[in-house]
Design a protein around this ligand. Structure first.
Ligand code: AVI
Length: 321
């Protein structure tokens, strides 16, 4: 890479886009989908009938509120409920409401990379659950995890809902879980959602809805590059494509160029050539079974305490210590 290029690539986002679009095959990281428009599209996805994950986890949290809250009870000094990737908090509110009504001494610490998501959530909680003490943080999980190490006197429960872990390949998931483990003291817990392997058609439908919301969500990567890096992607000439491998449990999203194209990304001083039907790999959404979760836990030094599933066995929340 020349010195001029290094000067231009002054943010991680720019570096990642440069590396991904000059690679063969091309790729972009799904974490960059989430700007204000991406957050809104994800909320729309969560409201889709086909996207069963939200309802399945909502059912688990609603049916097992008491048992889950009992596991969360503090050690007399209260508890910090730290939610990574808090989103809109719809599911978490079930637990927060129970915890606050049943006199649990706790602080809710939602952490999200999106300032917009945190602002919306904080305002909503102030309105709907004013008694809950909220201490929100904006940041990347790994950055924030380092800071979490200092919360060592009260019990910590680290929550990651929505099968967000599924957007990481297994080695990165193990790295992530290991770093979580490093931030934990005796008595601390992790409460984490894992979308389960199921009828492959159900999974494909969830990631390729007929209204095209997921397609628009995926293409938001290109919209963001257009608006933030002065690029000229014609998003209508890319097709959202989803595949699911029932053997590995990996769902993969692509954007496929439907014709030969030349795209200029001014801020990167980069011209990108697409052959017809060339792909950009954009996201993985891993689906799990018990053996894989057990393996991930063992590799990360975590132990499974228990798990909760919905009535269709579509989804599981695991508790680790
Ligand atoms: C945020 N994440 C867990 C979602 C998922 O299911 O992988 C993102 C998403 N991608 C397409 N639809 C939803």
């Amino acid at each position: 890479m020349s010195t001029i290029t290094e000067t231009i690539l002054d943010t991680t986002f720019k570096k990642d886009v440069f590396n991904g679009l000059t690679a063969n095959p091309k790729y972009l990281y799904s974490k960059y989908i989430y700007d204000k428009r991406g957050d809104k599209l994800f909320r729309d996805i969560m409201a889709l009938d086909e996207y069963y994950l939200t309802d399945s986890e909502f059912e688990i949290l609603s049916f097992h509120t008491e048992a889950i809250s009992e596991l969360f009870r503090g050690n007399g000094k209260g508890m910090d409920l730290i939610e990574l990737g808090a989103g809109d908090g719809k599911k978490t509110k079930v637990l927060l409401s129970y915890l606050s009504k049943n006199y649990y001494d706790f602080v809710y610490k939602p952490i999200d990379i999106s300032e917009n998501a945190i602002d919306l959530l904080t305002a909503n909680l102030q309105h709907e659950l004013p008694k809950v003490q909220v201490d929100a943080e904006i940041g990347e999980y790994f950055e924030v995890l380092e800071r979490l190490k200092q919360f060592n006197s009260r019990k910590k429960v680290i929550m990651l809902l929505g099968s967000n872990i599924g957007n990481l390949l297994h080695p990165r998931a193990i790295d992530f879980l290991s770093r979580l483990k490093e931030t934990m003291n005796a008595g601390d817990l992790v409460f984490m959602g894992f979308d389960q392997k199921k009828d492959p058609q159900t999974i494909l439908n969830a990631y390729n809805d007929p209204k095209g919301v997921t397609a628009e969500f995926n293409k938001n990567l290109l919209h963001r590059i257009n608006s933030e890096m002065n690029a000229n992607f014609d998003t209508g000439k890319f097709k959202h494509w989803e595949v699911y491998d029932p053997e590995t449990g990996t769902a993969k999203s692509y954007l496929v160029a439907t014709e030969k194209m030349v795209v200029n990304i001014e801020a990167l001083d980069l011209t990108v050539h697409f052959d017809p039907w060339e792909t950009i790999h954009t996201e993985i959404s891993q689906k799990y079974d018990d053996k894989v979760v057990q393996w991930l836990a063992e590799e990360s030094g975590l132990a499974i305490v228990t798990s909760f599933s919905d009535s269709k066995n579509y989804y599981k929340d695991f508790v680790f210590c």
